[in-house]
Design a protein around this ligand. Structure first.
Ligand SMILES: CC(C)(COP(=O)(O)OP(=O)(O)OC[C@H]1O[C@@H](n2cnc3c(N)ncnc32)[C@H](O)[C@@H]1OP(=O)(O)O)[C@@H](O)C(=O)NCCC(=O)NCCS
Length: 144
């Protein structure tokens, strides 16, 4: 198992995974721009012996915001998500970034349970953030 920063070659796997778990994708152009043009954007990949297993996209300024996060369906609930998010939190902590925030669909109970186990705290609701569904904003103080 290894965690590394994404390369342009990873875009195909990321888009494919987004389509299977979210039925939509941020898209190849968006991901290309994130990786090659946006100095605030980072994408981390987790791989196992069979290859690509999942990714996290974050934007890091004086605080960090999660853009997207998913693990391949057949590889979920094996601890990969925990390891990947822990890795990102450790990197942010080392850089002195003190907060990571994210949005999650109100109906996505698995992700909410996951984030609460990881020490995230509910902050507020973003009404109709996903067109027909509210988002819950979660925040974690990275130093805690
Ligand atoms: C959320 C997600 C990234 C977590 O990654 P993961 O590798 O499955 O997570 P872990 O194996 O580290 O699991 C940690 C906790 O998450 C929850 N969880 C993960 N998969 C679950 C499942 N299939 N059913 C119920 N709970 C689950 C559990 O609380 C689990 O703790 P436990 O092992 O003590 O039961 C992954 O489930 C996923 O890709 N989901 C679909 C995409 C998504 O919702 N992304 C988040 C958008 S905001």
């Amino acid at each position: 198992m290894q965690i590394r920063r994404a390369k342009l070659d990873d875009i195909i796997d990321i888009v494919k995974l987004e389509h299977t778990v979210f039925q939509e994708s941020l898209g190849e152009t968006f991901l290309y721009d994130e990786l090659s043009l946006n100095p605030f954007a980072r994408i981390y990949i987790i791989e196992d012996e069979d290859g690509f297993a999942g990714f996290i996209g974050v934007r890091v300024d004086d605080q960090a915001e999660m853009m997207n996060f998913a693990v391949i369906k057949e590889k979920q609930h094996r601890g990969y998500g925990t390891r990947l998010l822990q890795h990102v939190l450790n990197e942010l902590r080392l850089e002195g970034i003190n907060q990571l925030s994210l949005e999650v669909r109100k109906s996505n109970m698995i992700a909410q349970t996951f984030y609460e186990k990881m020490g995230f705290v509910k902050s507020h609701i973003r009404k109709d953030y996903y067109k027909t569904e509210d988002a819950i904003v979660y925040i974690k103080e990275v130093t805690s």
